[in-house]
Design a protein around this ligand. Structure first.
Ligand code: UDP
Length: 482
């Protein structure tokens, strides 16, 4: 049932240390490790979640585990398995309810199923853990496992949840009531933001921000040659010269019949406004599309003075709305509907507007290629938008900020936590108001100096608060505190 996952991450601290901007971060982590790791006295830290692939937790785990191991912690990672078909639909329901979405009622039958699957996994893991070990359970799926093991083993347990809503609702209360008997047995809980902590856990909750790996394929620096190569390999740039690397087996696809087939998007030449996200209504793609149309119409109406550089910039600007190929994500039926309604709105636009807007699906078969495409598209962008109506954190914003992009976020809680309005980027108050979004796009496109200042501030902020090194150090401090 329970399965241990082996981690092999090729890049270690010595490599990160060689980069001038990261040297101090690695040094700070090493110093914390020298101080704190001996105090663990050989205890094993177990990280447990529900999947080794897909989703932010699985994405973060290999680097987190490998860095903990590298600084001397005996850290192992495992995932729970289920042979009951109804288990993951149940935990998905709980997940949605913690985000405030309706998930029906949770009854005694659900509880029995939840405990049964957790119980089997707990028996497997129970034979591997030793007294004194530290068990970190990520998200609600394996939550009962920690509570069960705690009963019969002398271990320290930590519940780390990556989800939450900034205010309580009857729905979130119901989900927390279901989880409470397990959650309250834990020695500590870790949330992404203070606002997500339910009152009954307040006394033993801390916060650790999600973080990014600056050298992952999604975030690492790309030389112009590499960047152009990725765009060509992915089918996002017409190939006019021999390219070192072969075309990706699965290509990015521009949807709709609007784009002139002879013309590529011009990612390398034009001012580009981008949003890369999942096709989810809450990501606010549709109002963003309308805002971009409004911007172009302002130009056509003469509301933006023709002849100057800014008018020319808006004339040339293109909008790229990108997200994963929905056929590759079975558990997200909503993605098809969101994408369909977006392409329907797009099809109703004039040919000129359609030419200036690209709705692109990105292949998901290779995580590396997908990450490189996201990286390349973000690096070609003059403005990166994350127009979320709600956002738990918004790693897309972190990734954009790290690349020193001018970022346009919203007042959604997760984005507000990251982007200081007017300093690291701009925030739209009402992400459903195309006029307000258009005003912000206009302001950012008009002022290159402002974009540069905000991009620099944004990168500094991610550097200070959201890199994986400080996350590892935060874990070490928490282990020590316990
Ligand atoms: N992402 C990706 N490929 C895509 C679209 C999104 O890799 O085609 C990534 C994106 O770069 C980010 C993550 O998916 O790392 C989304 O995380 P975020 O916190 O922004 O939102 P969530 O999807 O968790 O709501």
């Amino acid at each position: 049932m329970f399965e241990e996952i082996q981690v092999s991450e090729p890049i270690g601290l010595e490599a990160y240390e060689s980069e001038v901007h990261l040297y101090a971060d690695v040094a700070a982590l090493r110093a914390e490790a020298t101080r704190l790791v001996p105090k663990l006295r050989g205890r094993t830290v177990w990280m447990v979640n529900s999947t080794s692939q897909g989703g932010g937790v699985a994405e973060m785990m290999p680097k987190l585990v490998s860095l903990l191991v590298e600084v001397g912690v005996r850290c192992r990672w495992g995932v729970i398995r289920s042979d009951r078909a109804a288990f993951f639909p149940l935990t998905k329901r709980i997940h949605n309810m913690l985000h405030g979405q309706d998930g029906g009622t949770l009854d005694a039958h659900d509880r029995a199923l939840f405990e049964c699957v957790n119980h089997r996994n707990a028996s497997d893991l129970g034979s591997m853990i030793a007294p004194g070990d530290i068990l970190v359970v990520h998200d609600p799926q394996p939550l009962a496992l920690g509570a069960l093991l705690k009963k019969n083993h002398d271990i320290t347990t930590i519940f780390r949840t990556h989800i939450g809503l900034e205010h309580e609702t009857p729905i979130t209360q119901q989900a927390w009531a279901f989880l409470k008997p397990y959650a309250e047995t834990y020695d500590a809980t870790v949330f992404t933001a203070e606002a997500y902590v339910p009152p009954f856990l307040a006394a033993r909750a801390t916060t650790i921000r999600p973080s990014i790996d600056p050298w992952s394929h999604k975030n690492r620096d790309l030389t112009p040659h590499k960047l152009m190569g990725v765009l060509c390999n992915a089918g996002l740039q017409r190939v006019t010269q021999p390219v070192l690397t072969p075309a990706f087996e699965h290509q990015a696809v521009r949807l709709g019949e609007g784009g002139d087939p002879l013309e590529d998007i011009g990612l390398f030449f034009r001012p580009i406004v981008t949003q890369v996200s999942r096709w989810d209504r809450l990501k606010g793609y549709h109002p963003l599309l309308l805002a971009f149309v409004e911007l172009k119409r302002r130009l056509a109406r003469g509301a933006i003075r023709l002849g100057d550089r800014h008018a020319r910039r808006i004339e040339l600007a293109r909008l790229v709305l990108a997200g994963p190929d929905p056929s590759s994500i079975q558990d997200d039926p909503e993605a098809h509907d969101v994408l369909r309604s977006l392409t329907t709105s797009y099809a109703e636009l004039s040919p000129e507007l359609r030419n200036d807007i690209a709705i692109v699906t990105l292949p998901m078969q290779s995580r590396k290629e997908n990450a490189l495409i996201v990286n390349a598209v973000q690096r070609c962008s003059t403005v990166i938008v994350q127009n979320s109506l709600e956002e738990g954190f918004g790693l897309t914003a972190t990734e954009a900020m790290w690349k020193r992009a001018a970022v346009l976020g919203t007042h959604a809680y997760g984005l507000r936590c990251q982007i200081r309005d007017g300093i690291d980027g701009l925030l739209t108050k009402n992400p459903e108001d195309p006029n307000e979004i258009a005003d912000h796009l206009d302001a950012l496109l008009a002022d290159g100096h402002l974009r540069e200042l905000m991009g620099n501030a944004a990168q500094r902020r991610v550097h200070a608060e959201s890199l994986v090194f400080s996350q590892v150090a935060a874990w070490l401090r928490l282990f020590d505190a316990l």
